[in-house]
Design a protein around this ligand. Structure first.
Ligand code: AMP
Ligand code: MG
Length: 390
């Protein structure tokens, strides 16, 4: 058995960043930028008014000074002329500041009568003008790799970039295995249960930016598994769940090996999730997840998500760990790294009493996995522990 860290490093050896494709900006949310992008514009492209008011020469701005209003500048409709001595232009936010004007007096500080204005007796400092290039200059870059956020998309749009180079979505084939499984909505026989793992895994890989392919349930026969593995053709990553512990019906490893899978490891010193395997299958990486529903999703967070991030060009790094105090004491840990379901509360991390790797109801209540190192001693309330967010 190997450690979680070793297993993850083997998995990183199995994956490489996927190709780059170009997508319209409107489809780029959450995608991973794959090449530097350069601004095609300077923003603002001209000195722009930051307020509604009057543009004039700042050296003339004195309390009670009077100006003649010679025109209007609004957003999208600049004023063409020059602002000379004693003159002002009515201006609105976003309008180009006309030539000759160096300051905008906010309208609250002005009294207007006909085409004349008089400044008030206390003027704020101003100048309420955003210089050209205040935000960014033409040629400014947005650097990869970067998962594009809403703010990034607004920025790229402002840079006049209509489409962006991103990593294509890794294709993940998801295979559930077991004679006992039927799909949700079907009528299970007396010895059957509903196949649940694939649905959580699909959501998990999609949240990371992959495209999931839910394959039919493979039965616990060589022929059925071979058929379903065949349907995974073309995937970048193949995930199986179940059939991976030593038992008569645990065929996944054997069948995959028969189909040419080169196994990197089998079994990891962790809880839940011990019967994890991974290897290379043709051009795809294969991760054989445990069948227990909690184990399969915990391994999804600990191994599959980091693998997908590496495939998206975001680098080979474990799931980010955070630190927080425990809300209540917990007992000593055994020899395996334990990922304990917990809730984040104002008092700290509250670890659930029931940690059964088949209990989805507890996992669904949890929003964190507290990580216990092997042989970690008992911990008191208030002690700081590491955790992953779910
Ligand atoms: P296995 O590794 O195939 O022995 O599976 C371990 C446990 O997980 C068994 O109780 C299975 O019934 C259960 N299990 C396996 N696959 C799934 C699945 N896709 N959905 C729900 N439970 C599963
Ligand atoms: Mg099984």
């Amino acid at each position: 058995m190997i450690s979680v860290e070793e297993a993850l490093s083997h998995i990183f050896d199995l994956v490489t960043p996927v190709d780059v494709e170009t997508v319209p900006l409107a489809q780029a949310a959450g995608r991973v930028l794959a090449a530097p992008v350069r601004a095609k514009r300077t923003q603002p492209p001209f000195p722009a008014s930051a307020m509604d008011g009057y543009a004039l020469n700042g050296t003339e701005a004195e309390p009670h000074a009077m100006f003649k209003v010679i025109g209007t500048a609004a957003a999208g409709h600049g004023f063409d002329g020059h602002v000379g001595p004693g003159q002002a232009v009515r201006i609105f936010t976003g309008a180009p500041v006309p030539e000759g004007a160096t300051r905008v007096i906010i309208q609250e500080d002005v009294t207007a009568r006909g085409d004349m204005i008089t400044l008030g007796d206390a003027l704020d400092a101003g100048p309420h003008i955003r210089p050209a290039g205040n935000d960014f200059a033409e040629g400014a870059t947005v650097e990869p790799p970067r998962r594009l956020t809403p703010a990034d998309l607004s920025l790229l749009a402002a840079m006049n970039i209509p489409e962006v180079p991103v990593r294509r979505r890794p294709v993940v084939a998801i295979i559930a295995t077991g004679d006992e499984l039927v799909m949700p909505g079907e009528e299970p026989g007396p010895d059957q249960i509903i196949a649940s793992n694939s649905f959580g895994l699909k959501a998990l890989v999609e949240a990371e930016g992959a495209e999931a392919r839910l394959l039919p349930i493979a039965r616990d026969t060589k022929a059925s598994l071979e058929t379903v593995f065949g349907l995974a053709e073309g995937a970048d990553l193949i995930l199986t769940s179940g059939g991976a512990s030593i038992g008569d019906h645990d065929l996944v490893g054997d069948v995959a090996a028969g189909l040419g899978m080169e196994q990197s490891f089998y079994k990891v010193r962790m809880r839940p999730g011990k019967p994890l395997m991974a290897g290379r299958m043709g051009t795809a990486a294969m991760i054989g997840l445990p069948g227990n529903p909690v184990s399969s999703l915990v391994c999804g967070h600990v191994f599959v998500r980091p693998a997908l991030r590496a495939m998206l060009g975001l680098g080979a790094a474990p799931a980010p760990r955070h630190k927080a105090p425990l809300a209540a004491p917990i007992g000593a840990n055994g020899p395996r790294e334990h990922y304990m379901r917990a809730k984040i509360t104002p008092e700290g991390l509250s670890v659930f009493d029931r940690q059964d790797s088949a209990m989805l109801s507890v996992l669904a209540e949890a929003d964190a996995l507290v990580i216990r190192p092997p042989h970690d001693g008992p911990r008191d309330a208030g002690e700081t522990v590491e955790y992953l967010t779910l």
